[in-house]
Design a protein around this ligand. Structure first.
Ligand SMILES: [Zn+2]
Length: 343
């Protein structure tokens, strides 16, 4: 068992000469790969800088994975969305209240085309090594259902386009209650946009590597987030994804939770012959005792994880989501990356 890749995410890289210094710092912190967060604004305004930044990372020995960060507020991320600014339609609608939500509906042709155009432009016009699908999700629900049910009755998406698709397939009106047909519909449609885009990216260059990163949730009989990608079996078995990745776990959660999520991540990846990846929280919150990071890194390695990744560069230093001791946290990540790569 050995860790084969150590990544860190990075955003706001608009001047190649500035990015160069940051990339050197990443290499110095034991990073072998950078996950570049690409925003809608980057695509619209800073596009000429993107490939030179990628080339510079390569020159310094870093692999480069592109993360369409927060696009349409469909993926995770704090960035604002031009799609939502420029479109008053094609948004998710909550099923029970009927409210239109500030999240693009990724089952609409309008958003699918928009998202795919961004990815294919990057695939055609840059020299990156792959793409990272970062916590894609429906707006609702995310609350945990209790054992007796009831906690999360609201859900999305019940927009006119989803309703029409559902009606065409199941031959009855999409209900306001999430029944089994609705669950299947949501899983199937959610997967389509990422499978279709991944396939087209690989048609451009079969070497492009696709990492599918879903929320690190329990997803048992009693507890599930139902955000569209919680059926890990369905996601991991897709032939278009190369890496099965699960997101950050708050340091305050019990060790058993880290163990459970990691074991299931590795098992799912192995079952479908994918690489497994686990994330480390390197922003916002930090462990009470920094040695917890060493223990978690050892645990991931022991359980057979192939790749480690940390969100984000410098512990989020300078942002509202900086860890209290952001730079110290970043240094601890660096020490762990170097240590684990030598094993
Ligand atoms: Zn919809």
């Amino acid at each position: 068992m050995a860790i084969k890749q150590t990544s860190v995410s990075y955003y706001g890289m608009n001047y190649v000469e500035h990015a160069e210094n940051d990339f050197k710092e990443m290499v110095d912190h034991g990073c072998t790969c950078v996950v570049l967060a690409i925003t809608e604004f980057d695509m619209d305004f800073w596009f000429p800088s993107i490939n030179p930044v990628i080339q510079k990372a390569h020159e310094l020995g870093l692999k480069v994975i592109l993360d369409p960060w927060g696009i349409g507020k469909y993926f995770g991320g704090e960035q604002v969305s031009l799609f939502l600014q420029n479109n008053i339609h094609h948004r998710q609608v909550s099923a029970v209240s009927g409210e239109v939500l500030p999240h693009a509906c990724f089952n609409t042709n309008a958003f699918r085309d928009y998202f795919q155009r961004i990815c294919l432009k990057l695939a055609n016009e840059t020299e990156a090594d792959g793409f990272f699908w970062d916590e894609p999700h429906y707006a609702f629900p995310k609350s945990y259902a209790s054992i007796t049910g009831g906690a999360g009755d609201e859900w999305s998406c019940r927009c006119p386009e989803c309703m029409k698709k559902f009606q065409d397939y199941y031959c009855y009106e999409m209900p306001k209650t999430m029944n089994d047909d609705v669950k299947q519909f949501r899983w199937r449609e959610a997967l389509f946009i990422l499978e279709d885009t991944s396939r087209k990216i690989k048609e451009i260059n079969s070497n492009y590597e696709i990492t599918m990163c879903v929320h690190a949730t329990i997803n048992t009989y009693y507890v599930t987030e139902l955000r569209g990608y919680d059926n890990w079996e369905m996601v991991a078995s897709s032939p278009y994804f190369d890496v099965f990745s699960t997101t950050i776990i708050d340091w305050a959660l019990p060790k058993a939770f880290f163990q459970d999520v990691t074991k299931r991540t590795v098992a799912m990846a192995k079952k479908y012959n994918k690489q497994s990846e686990r994330w480390l929280m390197n922003y916002y919150k930090q462990p009470e005792d920094f040695s917890q990071m060493d223990e978690v890194v050892d645990l991931y390695e022991k359980l057979g994880v192939d790749r480690l990744a940390g969100w984000t560069y410098r512990g989020g230093y300078g942002t509202v989501l900086a860890a209290p001791d952001a730079l110290k946290l970043w240094d601890r990540l660096g020490k762990n990356y170097k240590r684990i790569l030598k094993k």
